[in-house]
Ligand binder design. Structure first.
Ligand code: FES
Length: 158
């Protein structure tokens, strides 16, 4: 894993840990809600259970992930760029930070299987957060993600 990915991941994990403490304090928080930024919907108020995020794709909020090539943005903390989850294939999903590894701008949701950086610098990534075109030299910081029985499991920290 390149050093940039490790740094981003450590920072993200530290902030996610703080979020867990906040959620523990407000245990009644149990539903997701949507907001919009830069014309893109994003989900917030998610429950992270023991470092793991679980999304049921039968719920309408997450139904975008039933289509290969689509993605969702999830706001894990207000300080960090959102997490992106993509549907890679019939059996696979991917999860990664939307913070570009070039200069930190936000990555947009996928269009035709490509995620472009909002900076206008020309950076683009594939559905698994791997660099397609520079200037970014490193892939987006990724998290283990699985698709099991129409549920997405993302391990944010362990
Ligand atoms: S910040 Fe993303 S390409 Fe420059």
């Amino acid at each position: 894993m390149p050093p940039d990915d490790l740094l981003n991941r450590r920072k993200f994990l530290a902030d996610s840990g703080r979020l867990l403490v906040m959620i523990s304090s407000f245990s009644a928080l149990s539903c997701a809600c949507t907001s919009e930024k830069k014309g893109e919907p994003r989900l917030a108020g998610l429950v992270i259970d023991q470092g793991r995020l679980v999304l049921d794709l039968n719920e309408s909020l997450y139904s975008a992930l039933n289509t290969i090539g689509n993605g969702l943005k999830l706001e894990i903390t207000q300080q960090e760029k959102p997490l992106i989850i993509t549907r890679v294939s019939e059996t696979r999903v991917a999860a990664f930070s939307s913070q570009c590894t070039h200069a930190g701008y936000e990555i947009m949701l996928p269009e035709h299987g490509v995620l472009t950086c909002a900076s206008g610098h020309g950076g683009a990534f594939d559905l698994e957060g791997r660099v397609l075109t520079g200037p970014p030299k490193s892939n987006l910081a990724s998290y283990p993600a699985q698709l099991i029985a129409n549920r997405v499991y993302v391990t944010l920290f362990s």
